[in-house]
Design a protein around this ligand. Structure first.
Ligand code: NAP
Length: 288
């Protein structure tokens, strides 16, 4: 019963471990976007290691081929689907090709994304920051999900994991376009999960904190911080296996409570942090 997904998943995990049973991902088809780098690449390797057939999506074909080779060298199965997920026609073609080859995708990881850390006072003439983040973090994953959802619902099984951000709960300054685009996906998916409830199609929003990947490299303040992509990937695998509604951090949970019970005091604390932690050289348009 989906109603008891959380406790049942925990109990199943224990039984699986004790009995040495295979992962529920074994033999399943898992499509991962942004599989050429960072969290997506590490997740692709980890999911393949669980015995899943992995469909690798991103723009850079050569990087995807390298991931496919690594998976196949380890005895796994993977296919490469180069695609620009800001191009609606390209997404429609991806959906057509994937459904033609596999009938349905069992698991979808909407991971491809773009982060921008820049104050609004450096952004007044940069409306393209809003458009670009919405295109890759919201429109792309929603179009892909809408393309794959009918087949998931028809087969009465499917799970979608969205890689979003703890910023949705924190509402951190300097990230307005980025966090708003991820919050849109988070909300869309929560509602989609309600509509697809009786078809056994579920959604997880993974609200990650800092992960040490090429995406955060331009921000000097993050240098040397954050969990590894491999550690993040282990948590994505767990979310795929257990299908929780959300994966949060304790810190973001606390800030979310503060945002509700003491909104003005939290605004004050965030405004101070905004003043102390400056825009990076990259955000100011400088090399260093
Ligand atoms: N790193 C963090 O601290 C952190 C924290 C919270 C959430 N996240 C989220 O985690 C996800 C993965 O990010 P990451 O940190 O692993 O960064 P990353 O290493 O830069 O990976 C980003 C991935 O997105 C793909 N991508 C970007 N634009 C694309 C497009 N138009 N079409 C298709 N694929 C595209 C890239 O592939 P190509 O360039 O080959 O297309 C790449 O594989 C993102 O959604 C990010 O917002 C990251």
């Amino acid at each position: 019963m989906l109603l008891f997904q959380g406790p049942r998943a925990a109990a199943t995990r224990v039984v699986r471990r004790v009995a040495g049973l295979p992962s529920p991902l074994a033999g399943r088809t898992v499509l991962i976007t942004g599989a050429s780098s960072g969290i997506g690449r590490a997740t692709a390797l980890a999911v393949a290691d669980k015995g899943a057939r992995v469909l690798l999506v991103a723009r850079r074909a050569a990087e995807l081929e390298a991931v496919r080779e690594e998976i196949e060298d380890a005895g796994g199965v993977a296919e490469v689907f180069p695609c620009d997920l800001t191009d609606g026609d390209a997404i429609d073609k991806l959906v057509k090709d994937v459904l033609a080859g596999h009938g349905a995708v069992d698991y979808l990881v909407n991971n491809a994304g773009r982060s921008i850390r820049r104050s609004l006072d450096l952004s007044y003439d940069r409306f393209h920051d809003i458009e670009r983040t919405m295109a890759i973090n919201y429109m792309g994953p929603v179009r892909l999900t809408m393309g794959l959802l009918p087949a998931m619902r028809a087969q009465k099984f499917g799970h979608v994991v969205n890689i979003v951000t703890w910023g949705i709960q924190i509402k951190a300054p300097k990230f307005a376009p980025y966090i708003a685009s991820k919050a849109a996906l988070d909300t869309f998916s929560r509602i989609a999960g309600r509509e697809a409830f009786f078809d056994n199609v579920t959604f997880t929003n993974m609200r990650f904190s800092l992960v040490s990947t090429p995406m955060v490299a331009p921000t000097e303040a993050y240098s040397g911080h954050g969990e590894t992509p491999e550690h993040a990937a282990d948590r994505v695998v767990r979310a795929l296996e257990d299908r929780p509604l959300t994966v949060n951090t304790r810190v973001a949970d606390l800030v979310e409570v503060a945002n509700v019970v003491a909104p003005r005091a939290t605004d004050f604390a965030m405004a101070l942090a905004h003043r102390v932690f400056k825009d990076s050289a990259a955000a100011r348009g400088k090399k260093s």
